[in-house]
Design a protein around this ligand. Structure first.
Ligand code: SF4
Length: 273
């Protein structure tokens, strides 16, 4: 017993103070890709390389429209690898949760020269993740009960969600805890592209959750179907089945990104009340 106490005292406090301070990220951490829309000379290689269809290029004569949907992005970095001029690079930002699905989409229009090089005409890039300050957790004036629903995920998101409960992230310090029944929950945290087999279960879980309730779609699959998209077996995202309050991009989102999105959702609940 004495040895355990001694070891505990030696380890000190391991819980990260995020979001009070910035998250400590590993040197090789890969966040959202960043796009310099104005200086991007050719989006076609990146669109061809993108495995999830997050980058779309539409040509009409000498005009080109490029859209990037962070809700589909799986953070693979392929777009940066095939863009040598540096207009696309792998960033370190993960605070990208949004209450509006459209806020996860950036776009630009270009003219094309004879060699197919782009020149930017207009760009529309919402400030990804800037809707929230680090102080938002102060509005959490009550406890929050979360029911996690796996609607067909690969379990990558579940691994990060489980990490919220470890001593490094310790989500209970905010009065947030996970419950076993939707009847006890304030929030549904839903992962996966919503397989057809899970669709009815998700609807029933939503109906069983008392009002006022919040729904958070987790990861590229939860937002848009991700790499699976919409097909014979999947519905293509949580909002195709039940209303969603907050979208948390990533593949999977790291624990701090989940915390960021959950706290954003709590702010939204207070606004509603
Ligand atoms: S990082 Fe995202 S946008 Fe870039 S290629 Fe991978 S999935 Fe597509």
């Amino acid at each position: 017993m004495f040895k355990i106490l001694q070891k505990t005292l030696r380890a000190g406090t391991v819980t990260q103070p995020y979001p009070e301070t910035a998250a400590s990220l590993a040197s090789g951490f890969r966040g959202l890709p960043e796009f310099d829309l104005e200086n991007w000379r050719d989006a076609r290689p990146a669109a061809d390389a993108c495995p999830s269809g997050a980058i779309a290029v539409t040509d009409a004569g000498r005009f080109r429209t490029v859209t990037v949907d962070y809700g589909r992005c799986i953070l693979c970095g392929e777009c940066a690898a095939v863009t040598p001029e540096g207009a696309v690079r792998v960033g370190r930002n993960f605070e990208a949760a949004a209450t509006d699905r459209k806020a996860l989409v950036i776009s630009a229009q270009y003219t094309l020269d004879a060699e197919g090089r782009q020149t930017c005409l207009v760009r529309a890039a919402p400030e990804i993740g800037r809707q929230l300050t680090r102080q938002i957790h102060r509005i959490l004036g009550r406890s929050l009960a979360i029911r996690e629903v796996d609607a067909g995920s690969c379990n990558g998101c579940e691994l990060e969600i489980v990490a919220l409960n470890n001593s490094v992230h310790d989500i209970e310090r905010f009065g947030i805890h996970f419950v076993a029944s939707p009847r006890h929950a304030d929030m549904l945290l839903v992962t996966g592209p919503v397989t057809r087999n899970m669709e009815l279960a998700l609807r029933k879980t939503y109906d069983a959750t008392p009002d006022p309730k919040l729904v958070v779609a987790v990861g590229a699959c939860g937002i848009s179907g991700g790499i699976f998209g919409t097909n014979y077996a999947t519905r293509g995202g949580v909002d195709q089945v039940i209303p969603v309050d907050v979208y948390i991009p990533g593949c999977p989102p790291r624990p701090e990104a989940l915390l960021f999105g959950i706290l954003m959702a709590v702010g939204r609940l207070r606004n509603r009340q």
